[in-house]
Ligand binder design. Structure first.
Ligand code: ADP
Length: 267
């Protein structure tokens, strides 16, 4: 098949979006959606920064819940579908907004998922954004290929790969890196999540994945990729996600918050 005739329409729709960032992970459960949502909140604390998030985890959309917009609906307007505004400067689009209830499963094959992702890019009125973050499913599958192909003309700024310190998760990071290289997506860097646990009472740090520590640093050094930051396990992050809020609202000076600040400086 030749190139998708809709690519110019996608590029036109996204022409006023400065950074298009893919958030990837080799494995599920490493905290990718948590990272995407909290990064979006953190970027949007600056009221002059316009942020969008597109949830392309079509079969497992979790962003509406963790960004506090679960029962919202998407409306059509003359300029296109309106994303859901989590805040004035933070827009979210997810298939979760189109499902009849929280328990409805999306059981779709590749072409249908790609069609939905195309609609998210071509038919949504994103307007002018500083950042559009793409939350992807784990691994490298139909959704990843679809988004890379759809962004061919508009260009992907780069990918951030989220992992935990465990060896099994790090092995899969290599696959994500290989995917990015083959798909010509620039790699911004790796984020190590759940890298330790800071006890709320004694403030001592436990390395819960011991002895798998330092692996992300070693992997990044070996492959010549930046390690953007290490985010500790912090129960306040899990709580904020359950409540659909930004964890920065409750702990702006925690080690986790400092890690986000450092990551933002490098993207
Ligand atoms: P993924 O998107 O990679 O499948 P999630 O973002 O759903 O993973 O995270 C898995 C679980 O771990 C969630 O319950 C989330 O609240 C929790 N979690 C992720 N990162 C952290 C963290 N740094 N501190 C505390 N809990 C976290």
């Amino acid at each position: 098949a030749g190139p998708d005739p809709d690519l110019p329409l996608v590029a036109e729709r996204l022409q006023n979006i400065r950074h298009k960032l893919l958030v990837l992970s080799g494995k599920g459960g490493v905290g990718k959606s948590t990272f995407t949502s909290q990064l979006a909140f953190a970027l949007a604390t600056d009221e002059s920064t316009e942020v969008g998030v597109v949830d392309i985890d079509i079969c497992g959309p979790s962003l509406p819940k963790i960004m506090g917009s679960e029962r919202e609906q998407v409306h059509g307007a003359s300029g296109g579908w309106q994303p859901v505004y989590v805040q004035d400067n933070l827009a979210l689009m997810s298939i979760g907004f189109m499902l009849p209830d929280d328990e409805a499963a999306v059981i779709w094959r590749g072409p249908k998922k790609s069609g939905m992702i195309k609609q998210f890019l071509k038919d949504v009125d994103w307007g002018t954004l500083d950042y559009l973050l793409f939350d992807t499913p784990p691994g490298t599958s139909d959704e990843h290929l679809a988004v890379v192909q759809l962004l061919r003309d508009s260009g992907v700024t780069g990918a951030i790969i989220v992992t935990t310190p465990q060896e099994v998760a790090l092995q899969d990071v290599r696959k994500e890196i290989d995917f990015c290289r083959k798909a010509k997506v620039p790699i911004i860097g790796v984020v190590e999540n759940m890298s330790g646990f800071v006890c709320p009472s004694c403030h001592g740090e436990s390395l819960i994945f011991y002895p798998s520590t330092g692996g992300a640093r070693a992997l990044c050094d070996e492959l010549g990729i930046p390690l953007l930051g290490s985010i500790p396990l912090d129960p306040r992050i899990g709580q904020a996600c359950d409540q659909g809020t930004s964890f920065l609202d409750t702990c702006a000076s925690s080690p986790a918050a400092q890690a986000y600040t450092k990551i933002i400086e490098s993207i």
